[in-house]
Every structure is written in structure tokens, then in C-alpha cells.
Design a binder for this molecule. Structure first.
Ligand code: PEP
Ligand code: MG
Length: 917
């Protein structure tokens, strides 16, 4: 039986190299990329990678090496020694190596680097002899004792880098050395002796003098660090799972601390903050790797390198630039590299995909694919095609272009008060108010007033105040709570479910993060991360929104807008499904269309009932005792609704508009405080008792499972009649205008569970629609369809499709009813479920593809069995979530519908799904 391979060789030559970048799972990111660079004949110090499988074995067996691993290590080490012409521990000419961890994804929290392994009291002399550099010899040895003591023995003995650092400072003081580099060989030798004592004191054993033992302990330390608490925690926070373990890289040392012609540094092929294509980085002359990151000495800017005194630096700089360009082209992604220059010769120690901000990501993508700097117009290398460029982006990257964002440096310094659900994106800064009416009043008085509405939760009555506020912060509710849905629809910043908020409406105070805030105190919200900050953090406005929504001509010349436009164009030319929007007003419809929406997938008509005096008409309807009075109340609403629809149809000229009949339970339209109920009684001329009794009657134990959706119109058919008249009346009117509008209305009946419910209402819709069309002599055509929000509807989709001309999956309710989790109350237990990994993520945010997704697939399949080609879409909040959009493409939906500001993100996700196939 062939033996399992645990130890891989790289470097010296392409022929000897045993891995490549496709082997990240086994070799870890670092090992795989080192092999890949060696294959490309780049100057990589040779070495060995012990596989992640060996780590998995070690973890599983509680600290045993996999059978054969030691034998393979010995043989590969011999190969390394033979090729280098040096031996580990040789007192005359020792081979020195570094030992580093490296999992498949880069992961802070695991063991750091150990450099100069192989030095002992004897071999240090041989090393000095060979290099002729006494200072470097002692410098390397004292560094090795420090690193070995800290990272290998530290976890078990409490020995830390600090223990050594105090001794270094002491000796610098003793000899009046300003910098480490001012210490002489003799002084460093003295320091080495001190370090050995520091080691012995804590470890209770002398510093190991056998390099094989040094290596063995280091490998065990790397393997052990995989299961350390901080590494576990990191994986948990970053949702990293399914990895075998970490690899161990044992690499031949090159020395950056050999004097003025040596040095070490880190560099990025492009700027990860601004996205600028110019390489950037830092380096130190006469130093080893950890000095650059440790902040002991201040590193120099990469641009200074060619100006160093020694002429070797000009060449090293040129070589580095060339290699970086090659790496970027090879990996088709900007790289983050580590390098060392040893006596004028450049070596590459690591390369990996560079980290970046959303803005930088978009800039990299468009510039690498067009070969042009979007800010200066300068030419650069074309590295990606448009499909590859799109695949480098995420929805979050694009989102960063659309919303006001905090000044990056200022946010870093901000005082974090709490973190909750990032429900509506962007940044908001304002003074705290607790009542929607006060927010409205403050902004009405002074349009420049900036307020943040802080509430337990919001209700439809609060929309005016929410609109007036810069942002909304709630203590309860999840990603589909009223506040979240409404805020996202507007592209407004919103943070939900901040459970540790202690709001006292009466005193107008809120306790956050241990501090009491009064009305009028300033706070800042980052709705993209869910972080609440103390005070005012400066923000920047998005040029994309200025150009797209406000139509500002100057913003259209902004490079950020141009980049957005480029990504959007590429997205559209690659995607296979349509993207619509959820919008309820002409204004939102216009904005969504400018963002590329190809119709409305959900117009929630109830949102229209809160504006101005309309709420009084619906309240009159609610109090009415017979059909005649109900009809008379509805007649008042009819004209308003029809006008709204006319506006929306105009904004969506030529595109389909799906209008949903009234959905929420009626109790949402009545006031719940005594004072407001008194006002209602007075205004409608009825006794207070009548109001309170009706409000009580409307109370339901489970309103979301109660009298709502199609059930309302079945009890009160006049509601359905009024809404049909408003929709079709508006359609016929705008279709007849001089400048005729092309209308494609789609009337959608919500929350059906049986075909009979749909049949009942479809009949009413068609009778009334036909009557108006006949009366006006119009040629308007329309569809009648339904939402699939109840599992039973998905399961009986074949029957339902006999009547329904289209399906729209309402995955908010479908998720609620499939899991049985209340969409409004999930916040109370979701953190526990996520913490215990009972749920992988909030199912109201990311579609549960296995369960809820299965119902979507069944619904599509069965619906199309009855009605081939049945138009299917999604209008739940998942329609704007990139992963869910990708699922929708695979499930064969014709479109996704999402809030206006998510439209560009859905366009990108749809394109990515199509490219991936
Ligand atoms: C849904 O349930 O997915 C939906 C879009 O309807 P609403 O959120 O208005 O209940
Ligand atoms: Mg619903």
C-alpha cells in the first residue's frame, strides 16, 4: 500500500518542488504559494512543508506524530541539507531554518514564526566563521532564544517576548545604544547569555542545544497552536470550518541582518486602502522579519529603497517590482509579500492575496480588467477579463460605494458602545431622540438637524420620524423587523436588536455600554457593521448616490461613480435573471430604476396608508359597522391609492409592476395609547369606548398567523374591490395619457395557503378589472398571481398555478412559517443559536437553502408542471442577499426583487451566479 505523504519539498528547482498553489488544503496557504513561486523559478529559499493532514492526526491522537511522518521528515531534511551543502547543527557550517505555521486560510491566533532555528552555543561559532560576521551571529542567536522561548515554550511556561525585551532595553541603556543596530557583537554576545538565563528561569531547563530537539519542539508547538483557545475563537468569529489543521513550513534561513546591504520588508502590489495601483510597503535595513511588524524600529517607505546609500538597493528594488508585477499577473489578484535581501540578493518569503477595503476591491477589479487608472486615466497592465474581475467582488464591496461611510481613521479611534444587527447600511451621526414625532419636528424646524431615532422597536406610525432621522437604532427586532425592512428600502442606516440598550421613554434616557445618554446627546451608527459609537464620527457622502439618485452632473465625473457604472454594466452583460425592486412610492421607484431595477417585484400597498390623512380613512374603515360605511371609508382611500399607482406606473414606464393587496393585520393601523385613542374618537366623532373596544377586538395572540393577508380581503371583499379599482384605474388612466405610459400591472394576492382562497379573490379582481377596462375602453392587460409564503402553498403549487399567472416567493413569511420562528421575536434567542452553532446564520438574512430553499424549488417545479414557463420571483428580504440571489438563479427563478439600494448588489450576485454556472 502506498504510504501517505506528509512532508513536501519545495525550492532549489522546479523539478524538486512537490506542490503548487492548488494544494492549499494540504499545504496551507503559505506552503502552497511558496511551492508555486518555486515552480515559477522565483528566488524562494528552499524548504519543507509538513501537511495539514499531519496536524489533523496530531490533534486527533492528542499529540502523536502520524506514522511515517518522522521518517519522511528526516529524509526530506537530508535532501534539503544535501542541496544546501550544510547540515542542521553542524558546528562548522550549520544549516539554519525558520519554522512557521500556515493554514489554508490566513489565520492570526496560531503560532508565529521562529527564525534562526539550528543555532546552539557551538554552531553559532561555525555560523560566524562561515559568514565572517560576528555581529550577525550573536544577533541571530539572541533572537532565536527570544522567539523560541516566547512562541514555542511560552504557552506552557508563561515566558514571553516582554521578558526578553526588558533585558534588551537594559543592555541598550547600559551601553548608551539608541537603536538595536548600535549594539556591537560583543554586547550582543553578552545579551545572548542573559537571554539564556531568562529562558532557564522560566522554563526550568537550559536552552536546548540539540537542533533536532529544537525542531521537534517547534513542530509540536505549531500543531498545538491549531487547537489553542485564540485560534478556535478566531475560527468561530470568522466562521472558518472544515479545515484539517495547520501546515508547518520549515524553510532555509536567509538573513536580512547582515549589515547595510541586507534587510527585510513587507509589500503590497497595490494599495489596499485606496486601491491605487502603485506598489506600497515598508522595509528595514539590517533587520530580521519580525522587526518590521513589531514596531521596535520605524520602518522606511518602500519608495525610499532605491535611494539607500549602498547601490545594491536600486537593483533589489527593481527586482522586487518586477517580481511583484509577475506575482499579480500569475495570481490574478493583488499580492501581499514578505521579502528579505541578503547581501544584495532578493529572496521572496511569502505571497498571498492582499486584504483590502470595499473601495479598493472595486478599484482593483475595474482597473485590472480595463488596464486603466480610473482616477488619473493612466494606462496599466490588463490582468483580468471582465468575468474574472466581477468574481473578485462581493456585495459588501459595492455597498461601501453606495452609502455615506465613516472616515476610516476616525472610526478606528471611535469609542464602541455596543454591537448589534447591521440592518440598514452606511454611517449615521446624530442627536438622540426617542419619539418619531420629535424627529420629524426637529427636522421640520431645522432641515440641517441630524437626529438618530432610538426606540425599542418601530411601527408603521413611525415612518415619518424614521425618514427624518439620519439613522435608526432599536433594542429589539431582527433583520426583517419593521425598522430593518423600511430602513433598507430607503438605504437608511439602521441597527436593530441592540439588546443591551436600556431605554427609558419617560425620562428620555438610554443606557448604552455603561454610559447614560440623554435626548440630544450625539451618537454615531455604522449600519454596515452594527457598531454604535459614542459622539460624532466624521462621514463622507457617496458620489454614486449623488449621481444616480440625485442626478448630480458633477458626481457623474467622479471616478467612484465611474467604477460603479463599470461594474454594473459588466454585471448586466453577464447575468441571466432580472432584478426588480421592492418599492411603494414613485420616489423610491425612480431611485430603484436609476439603480437598474427592471420593474417592481413588490409594492406593499399598506405603506401608502400612513401618509397624511389616509390613516384616518383606514381607521374609519376599521370602525365601520356595515358594508356601506366600510365602502364609504374606502372610497376616500381609493383616490389616494390610484394617484400613488399612477406615479409608480409612470416611474416604471415599460416595466412590470407587482402590486400586493393589503397584507398586515388591522391592529397595525389603530393607536394603542390612551391619548391617541382619544384623538381617534374625537376626530372620527365616535365615543372613546367604541375605539377602545374595537382595538381590543383586533387584538390577536399571534397576529402574524392571524387575520392578515388574503384573509382580510376574504372577510372584507370591498378592500380587494377598492384596491383593484385603484390599480387598474391608474393603469388605464396613464395608458391613455398623451404621452402614453406602457403599464404592465401584476396584481398579487398575499399569504394564500389554499387554491380556494386564491380563486375567491381572483374572481373579484378580474370582475372589477374587466369592468374598468371595458368602461375606459383601454387595452391594458394585467396578470393575477400570488405570493408563496406558506409551506402549504409551496407543496400544492401545482393546484395553485391553475389560477395563479405568476408566483412570488415571500421568503420572509416562508422562513417564519417553515422554521416556526417569529420574524419579530427571533432576536431573543438568535444569539444563542448562532453561538451554539445550532443555526449557521440568521435565516431571515441568508436563505436557508436546505429547508426553505427546498420549498422554493418544489414550488417552482410543481407550479411549472401545471403552467409551463410560469413566471417566478422572490420578494422576501433574501432577494438582496448575494448568496440567496445565487440560489435563486440555480432554482430557476425569473427575477429577484430587493430594496432599491440593494439592486446593484443583486445585479452583481446574479452575474456571479451565471459566470460560475
Ligand atoms: C415576505 O413575507 O417575504 C414578504 C415579502 O412579505 P412581508 O415581508 O411584507 O410579509
Ligand atoms: Mg409576507
Amino acid at each position: 500500500m502506498a504510504q501517505k505523504k506528509y512532508v513536501y519539498f519545495y525550492g532549489v528547482s522546479k523539478e524538486l518542488t512537490e506542490g503548487d498553489s492548488s494544494m492549499k488544503a494540504i499545504l496551507g496557504g503559505k506552503g502552497a504559494n511558496l511551492a508555486e513561486m518555486a515552480n515559477a523559478n522565483l528566488p524562494v529559499p528552499p524548504g519543507l512543508t509538513i501537511s495539514t493532514e499531519a496536524c489533523a492526526y496530531y490533534s486527533k491522537t492528542g499529540g502523536k506524530y502520524a506514522p511515517e511522518m518522522e521518517k519522511q521528515l528526516k529524509a526530506q531534511l537530508k535532501k534539503l541539507e544535501d542541496n544546501m551543502g550544510k547540515k542542521l547543527g553542524d558546528p562548522k557550517d550549520p544549516l539554519l531554518v525558520s519554522v512557521r505555521s500556515g493554514a489554508a486560510v490566513s489565520m492570526p491566533g496560531m503560532m508565529d514564526t521562529v527564525l534562526n532555528l539550528g543555532l546552539t552555543d557551538k554552531s553559532v561559532l561555525g555560523f560566524i566563521e562561515q559568514t565572517g560576521n560576528e555581529r550577525t551571529g550573536w544577533d541571530c542567536y539572541r533572537r532565536f532564544i527570544d522567539m523560541f522561548g516566547d512562541v514555542v515554550m511560552g504557552p506552557y511556561t508563561g515566558l514571553t517576548h516582554h521578558d526578553f525585551e526588558v533585558e534588551l532595553e537594559a543592555i541598550k541603556k547600559k551601553y548608551k545604544a539608541a537603536e538595536d543596530t548600535d549594539l556591537t557583537a560583543e554586547q550582543l554576545k553578552e545579551l545572548t547569555e542573559v537571554y539564556k538565563k531568562v529562558y532557564q528561569n522560566k522554563v526550568k531547563k537550559p536552552f536546548p542545544q540539540d537542533p533536532v530537539e529544537q525542531l521537534d519542539l517547534s513542530i509540536r508547538a505549531v500543531f498545538g497552536s491549531w487547537g489553542s483557545e485564540r485560534a478556535e475563537k478566531y475560527r468561530q468569529i470568522n466562521k472558518i470550518s472544515g479545515l484539517l489543521g495547520t501546515a508547518v513550513n520549515v524553510q532555509v534561513m536567509v538573513f536580512g541582518n547582515m549589515g547595510s546591504q541586507s534587510g527585510t520588508g513587507v509589500a503590497f502590489t497595490r494599495d489596499g486602502g485606496t486601491g491605487h495601483s502603485k506598489p506600497m510597503g515598508e522595509y528595514l535595513v539590517d533587520a530580521q522579519g519580525e522587526d518590521v511588524v513589531a514596531g521596535i524600529r520605524t520602518p522606511k517607505h518602500l519608495d525610499d529603497m532605491p535611494n539607500e546609500e549602498s547601490p545594491i538597493w536600486k537593483k533589489a528594488y527593481a527586482d522586487l517590482q518586477k517580481i511583484m508585477a509577475r506575482l499579480e499577473k500569475h495570481y490574478k489578484y493583488p499580492q501581499d509579500v514578505e521579502f528579505t535581501v541578503q547581501e544584495g540578493k532578493l529572496f521572496m518569503l511569502q505571497t498571498r492575496n492582499a486584504k483590502r477595503t470595499g473601495l479598493a476591491g472595486v478599484r482593483w477589479a475595474v482597473e485590472m480588467a480595463t488596464g486603466m487608472d480610473f482616477f488619473t486615466g493612466e494606462k496599466q497592465a490588463k490582468i483580468l477579463n471582465q468575468k474574472e474581475a466581477l468574481m473578485t467582488l462581493s456585495g459588501d464591496d459595492l455597498e461601501q460605494l453606495l452609502f455615506p461611510i465613516f472616515d476610516i481613521a476616525a472610526e478606528k479611534k471611535g469609542k464602541v458602545l455596543t454591537t448589534a444587527l447591521p440592518a440598514g447600511p452606511g454611517a449615521a451621526v446624530g442627536k438622540i431622540v426617542f419619539e418619531a414625532a420629535e424627529a420629524e419636528a426637529a427636522v421640520a424646524k431645522n432641515p440641517d438637524e441630524k437626529v438618530i431615532l432610538v426606540r425599542h422597536e418601530t411601527s408603521p406610525e413611525d415612518v415619518g420620524g424614521m425618514w427624518a432621522a439620519q439613522g435608526v437604532l432599536t433594542s429589539t427586532g431582527g433583520m426583517t423587523s419593521h425598522a430593518a425592512v423600511v430602513a433598507r428600502g430607503w438605504g437608511k442606516c439602521c441597527i436593530c436588536g441592540a439588546g443591551d440598550l436600556k431605554i427609558d421613554y419617560a425620562k428620555k434616557t438610554v443606557g448604552i455600554g455603561g454610559k447614560l445618554y440623554k435626548q440630544g446627546d450625539w451618537i454615531s451608527l455604522n449600519g454596515s457593521t452594527g457598531i454604535v459609537y459614542d459622539g460624532q464620527i466624521p462621514t463622507q457622502v457617496s458620489p454614486v448616490v449623488s449621481a444616480v439618485v440625485d442626478g448630480k452632473a458633477s458626481a457623474k465625473n467622479d471616478p467612484i461613480y465611474k467604477m460603479y457604472e463599470q461594474v454594473s454594466k459588466w454585471s448586466d452583460s453577464n447575468r441571466t435573471i432580472n432584478v426588480r425592486t421592492n418599492a411603494d412610492t414613485p420616489k423610491d421607484s425612480k431611485a430603484a430604476r436609476s439603480f437598474g431595477a427592471e420593474g417592481i417585484g413588490l409594492c406593499r400597498t399598506e405603506h401608502m396608508f400612513f401618509e397624511g390623512d389616509r390613516i384616518w380613512a383606514i381607521r374609519e374603515f376599521i370602525l365601520a359597522e356595515d358594508e356601506i360605511s366600510r365602502k364609504s371609508a374606502l372610497a376616500k382611500l381609493l383616490k389616494h391609492q390610484q394617484k400613488d399607482f399612477e406615479g409608480i406606473f409612470k416611474a416604471m414606464d415599460g416595466l412590470p409592476v407587482t402590486v400586493r393587496l393589503l397584507d398586515p393585520p388591522l391592529h397595525e393601523f389603530v393607536p394603542h395609547t390612551k391619548k391617541d385613542q382619544q384623538e381617534m374618537a374625537k376626530r372620527l366623532g365616535v365615543p372613546l369606548k367604541k375605539v377602545t373596544e374595537r382595538v381590543q377586538e383586533l387584538h390577536e395572540f399571534n397576529p402574524m398567523l392571524g387575520h392578515r393577508g388574503c384573509r382580510l380581503s376574504i372577510t372584507f371583499p370591498e378592500l380587494c374591490v377598492m384596491q383593484t379599482k385603484a390599480i387598474i384605474g391608474a393603469a388605464c388612466k396613464v395608458a391613455k395619457l398623451k404621452k402614453a405610459v406602457k403599464v404592465l400591472p401584476e396584481i398579487m394576492i398575499p399569504l394564500i395557503g389554499t387554491k380556494a382562497e386564491l380563486d375567491f379573490l381572483e374572481k373579484i379582481v378580474r370582475e372589477n378589472a374587466e369592468e374598468i377596462i371595458a368602461k375606459t375602453g383601454s387595452k391594458v392587460t394585467y396578470l393575477v398571481g400570488t405570493m408563496i409564503e406558506i409551506p402549504r402553498a409551496a407543496l400544492t403549487a401545482d393546484e395553485i398555478a391553475e389560477t395563479a399567472e405568476f408566483f412570488s416567493f415571500g421568503t420572509n413569511d416562508l422562513t417564519q412559517m417553515t422554521f416556526g420562528y417569529s420574524r419579530d421575536d427571533i432576536g431573543t434567542f438568535l444569539p444563542d443559536y448562532l453561538g451554539e452553532k445550532i443555526l449557521p446564520s440568521d435565516p431571515f438574512q441568508h436563505l436557508d437553502q436546505t429547508g426553505v430553499g427546498q420549498l422554493v424549488k418544489i414550488g417552482v417545479e410543481r407550479g411549472r408542471e401545471t403552467r409551463p414557463g410560469l413566471k417566478c420571483g422572490i420578494c422576501g428580504e433574501h432577494g438582496g442577499d448575494p448568496e440567496s440571489v445565487k440560489f435563486c438563479v440555480k432554482a430557476g427563478l425569473n427575477y429577484v426583487s430587493c430594496s432599491p439600494y440593494r439592486v446593484p448588489i443583486a445585479r452583481l450576485a446574479a452575474a456571479q451566479a451565471a459566470i460560475k454556472g
